[in-house]
Design a binder for this molecule. Structure first.
Ligand SMILES: *[C@@H]1O[C@H](CO)[C@@H](O)[C@H](O)[C@H]1NC(C)=O
Ligand SMILES: *[C@@H]1O[C@H](CO)[C@@H](O)[C@H](O)[C@H]1NC(C)=O
Ligand SMILES: *[C@@H]1O[C@H](CO)[C@@H](O)[C@H](O)[C@H]1NC(C)=O
Ligand SMILES: *[C@@H]1O[C@H](CO)[C@@H](O)[C@H](O)[C@H]1NC(C)=O
Ligand SMILES: *[C@@H]1O[C@H](CO)[C@@H](O)[C@H](O)[C@H]1NC(C)=O
Length: 344
């Protein structure tokens, strides 16, 4: 096993566990005997009395929820609506998982979420939301609305969510105008994913706390100068599968010391943009790059001390092995996976 695959494997195991914890359906026979007051078809394990598992039970409507429940799993059902009183019993609910149901914004009665004053995680992916539900509790830390039909986040939809660290909005129909001011004031936000939307530009007013920002699969052709100056702790930046060309990338844009990973693959770049010596992973595959500008990513920091680059992908460009200059090995010796497809 190469040294490289060790952390990768650890990461994969970590995320698998995480997923099990968050999402996986728990078969009834693993949950043990169910406590009293549990909704029909659901399980309320006596050894975990604050959780109610109703995932994958064929539910067509919200079940009644006994008091004291803090973790409610309703994913993978055919629930269509949420009535105003649905959560009257559970003002202490922390996690609400509604992924993979048929809930449209118009079928969520006004005030339904007002009762959830302690909510920390709301998972509402793969439903039919055209606008976010809410207003949501200020205690919220994680919000997922992947795979809905959101075209905009009205101003104020997320306002006051001071503790929100993670926001997943991929696979929607969001437009540049529709999210213009949406993220303003989210002062704890660390993770923002707006991939697979209809954005022509990156949104302005991204909170300065963001360190992971993903905007793959949009229609972005340019990035404003100084865009990354408002993101001083940004480490992972992905804008693959967009319409970026050299003309849309101001000089020095990516020369920021916080970046560890930059994914610009599947765009229309003609040259390798300049990056900082701290960057470790640079993905540039499937662009139109025809010259190997070593100086853009290989910097001499001191004697025998070069850029930290570990992975550089350049396959699917107009480059060949022979266009890689000999001294590239100084930068790439430490790792480094260099993938240059042969076009000879
Ligand atoms: C509230 O809890 C009571 C007692 O368990 C139950 O009968 C009722 O259906 C619950 N209401 C809702 C809306 O969940
Ligand atoms: C936000 O998080 C902090 C620290 O975990 C906590 O003390 C505070 O109560 C939270 N705010 C709300 C509104 O829940
Ligand atoms: C890139 O940024 C560094 C500081 O992090 C600076 O010293 C250097 O001059 C910049 N490179 C260019 C070409 O502007
Ligand atoms: C390379 O330079 C960096 C930045 O000055 C320094 O932190 C690091 O220790 C140096 N590494 C080696 C092997 O000299
Ligand atoms: C590809 O590279 C070759 C030689 O480096 C050059 O002659 C040719 O014009 C390039 N093609 C494109 C589409 O840039």
């Amino acid at each position: 096993m190469s040294p490289l695959s060790v952390p990768l494997l650890a990461l994969m195991i970590g995320s698998a566990l995480c997923q099990y914890y968050d999402y996986e359906s728990y078969p009834s026979n693993l949950l043990g005997p169910s406590g009293p007051n549990c909704a029909e078809n659901c399980d309320c394990p006596m050894n975990f009395p604050t959780a109610m598992y109703c995932d994958r039970r064929g539910l067509k409507a919200m079940p009644s929820i006994p008091p004291n429940i803090k973790y409610l799993y309703l994913q993978n059902n055919q629930i269509k609506e949420i009535k105003a009183g649905a959560f009257v019993n559970v003002t202490d609910l922390r996690w609400l998982v509604l992924d993979n149901n048929h809930i449209a914004t118009g079928n969520v009665e006004k005030g339904a979420f007002d009762k959830l004053v302690s909510l920390e995680k709301l998972f509402f992916s793969y439903n039919q939301l055209t606008e976010p539900v809410g207003p949501l509790a200020k205690s919220l830390t994680e919000l997922k609305m992947i795979g809905n039909k959101l075209s905009k986040l009205p101003p104020g939809a997320l306002s006051g969510l001071d503790n929100l660290t993670s926001l997943h909005l991929q696979e929607n129909e969001l437009t540049t105008e529709g999210i213009a001011e949406a993220f303003k004031g989210l002062k704890s936000l660390v993770y923002l994913d707006i991939s697979q939307n209809k954005l022509g530009k990156l949104p302005v007013s991204i909170p300065s706390s963001v360190s992971m920002f993903y905007a793959d699969h949009n229609d972005i052709a340019s990035i404003p100068e100084d865009y990354l100056q408002q993101l001083p702790v940004l480490q992972y930046f992905r804008i693959s599968h967009n319409k970026l060309e050299d003309a849309g990338i101001p000089a020095g844009l990516f020369n920021v010391s916080s970046l560890i990973e930059l994914d610009l693959s599947f765009n229309g770049l003609q040259s390798i943009p300049e990056v900082n010596e701290n960057l470790e992973n640079l993905y540039l595959q499937v662009n139109e790059i025809s010259k190997f500008d070593l100086g853009s990513f290989c910097k001499v920091i001191g004697p025998l001390n070069y850029s930290r680059l570990r992975h550089l992908r350049l396959d699917g460009n107009n480059l060949s092995r022979s266009s890689v200059p000999f001294d590239a090995s100084n930068c790439l010796r430490q790792a480094a996976e260099l993938t240059v497809e042969s076009t000879d």
